[in-house]
Design a protein around this ligand. Structure first.
Ligand code: NAD
Length: 211
């Protein structure tokens, strides 16, 4: 596991902003920009200058007056905290419509994430090659692997069973697409993606502003 000394000190809210900081810094880095100011970071994230300065200070960085922060140094620190410097190996469970779309998504690699194995329970899929992956039997996922993270893209009614298998296999982070609240031990982190809920929130805000 990646050593993440700074991550423990950061608040959950700061941590939630790190991927956005990283994305912005990667764009700056690609453009050959050497330094960014807290005001530029704040503008990119849509938050206040003071908040950005606090976030960056919490990561142990201090800017130079008139120059700002080193893009390269800050980028490295955030990538290190997020554990994306060396590439995280991800197990995808569910080789259906969503799973197949995720398999073909090339953007994970750019963000230090790699789907390294795909598992399913359908005998018609197990052993087949889908999206370039040989589909594994979910029941064969033992503890002899180096994956920490998993994506759950199975029907809601089996999602908890799958989560239990993943926890037993030593997975400590689950990105859950199934419409189920997963029960996991304290050491396992679940992030649930619910596009419908996000759309409902957007619709609510639109109704709120238009009415
Ligand atoms: N969160 C979102 O915004 C969002 C968007 C789309 C789909 N989804 C959800 O994602 C999930 C997958 O959707 P889909 O359209 O790909 O479904 P799908 O039916 O096409 O695929 C599901 C896959 O899971 C496999 N599966 C079933 N039981 C399993 C088990 N016990 N262990 C391992 N694999 C198992 C099936 O064989 C199949 O390959 C569903 O729960 C759906 O509701 C969520």
């Amino acid at each position: 596991m990646t050593d993440q000394p700074a991550a423990k000190k950061l608040s959950a809210r700061t941590l939630s902003r790190l991927p956005q900081y990283l994305r912005y810094l990667e764009v700056m880095h690609a453009q050959g920009v050497a330094h960014v100011t807290s005001a530029q970071l704040a503008k990119a994230l849509g938050c206040s200058d003071a908040l950005t300065r606090k976030d960056v200070a919490a990561m142990g960085h201090s800017g130079r007056a008139g120059q700002g922060y080193s893009v390269e140094a800050l980028r490295y620190t955030i990538a290190h905290i997020l554990g994306v410097t060396s590439g995280r190996r991800v197990l995808l469970v569910g080789a259906g419509n969503l799973g197949t779309a995720l398999m073909s998504y090339e953007g994970f690699g750019d963000r230090g994430m790699h789907i390294t194995a795909v598992a399913d329970s359908d005998p018609a899929k197990i052993g087949q090659i889908i999206g370039g992956y040989t589909i594994l039997d979910i029941n064969d996922i033992g503890t002899d692997h180096d994956m920490e993270l998993a994506i759950v893209a199975v029907p809601g009614e089996v999602a908890q069973d799958v989560a239990d298998i993943l926890v037993d296999a030593g997975i400590t982070g689950i990105l859950n697409f199934a419409p189920r609240r997963l029960q996991v031990p304290d050491h396992v982190r679940v992030q649930t993606v619910d596009l419908s809920a996000e759309l409902q929130i957007l619709a609510f805000h639109r109704d709120g502003t238009s009415g």
